[in-house]
Ligand binder design. Structure first.
Ligand SMILES: [Zn+2]
Length: 182
């Protein structure tokens, strides 16, 4: 009889109730569309309850979304100096977030983000050089995963795993968008 396979690897292992993070608590404010007391992020489309302003506003993002990102990845930033692996995850999170919140007057930021995602996700097999910025003014119309999804799953899945899969879908959404735009 095999061990209970209903428990997914890495699920709630090691996380007691006290392991809930401040980020997870703050994200309780994810809202339903149509609620007048909500904001919709112009970048990723997340519908959020207005929150305290972020310490560092992010161009292309609603303040509540930038705040949610800030709070969610804070632990990564705190550990990044001491751990190269964590620093890489933090960088991946930055790239995914930048790629989901492009601004027309800063194409370099978007190109860097998409290049970073391609390197990490596609193992350096970036699409043709320059392809990433060809349609920088036309990002995907919708996203399968956003920072709100990452934050919502934080109680049960480790953040690095969530960041990895979030970044992967952001990369795929961009890739699909570029393909269909040709
Ligand atoms: Zn957003």
């Amino acid at each position: 009889m095999p061990a209970d396979s209903s428990i997914a690897p890495g699920s709630a292992a090691g996380r007691g109730p006290a392991g809930r993070t401040a980020a997870a608590h703050e994200t309780a404010g994810r809202a339903a569309a149509g609620d007048p007391a909500t904001v919709t992020c112009p970048g990723c489309g997340s519908v959020l309850v207005p929150a305290a302003p972020p310490e560092r506003p992010h161009p292309g993002a609603a303040p509540a979304c930038a705040r949610l990102f800030e709070v969610t990845v804070r632990g990564l930033r705190d550990e990044a100096d001491a751990d190269p692996g964590t620093a890489a995850v933090a960088q991946l999170a930055d790239d995914a977030y930048d790629a989901q919140h492009p601004v027309a007057d800063d194409p370099t930021r978007l190109r860097d983000a998409l290049d970073g995602l391609a390197r990490r996700i596609a193992g350096g097999a970036a699409a043709e050089p320059g392809a990433a910025v060809g349609n920088a003014d036309a990002p995907p119309g919708s996203w399968r995963t956003t920072i709100a999804d990452v934050a919502a799953d934080l109680d049960v899945i480790d953040l690095p795993v969530l960041v990895e899969s979030w970044a992967r879908t952001v990369h795929q959404d961009w890739t699909a968008q570029r393909t269909s735009a040709r």
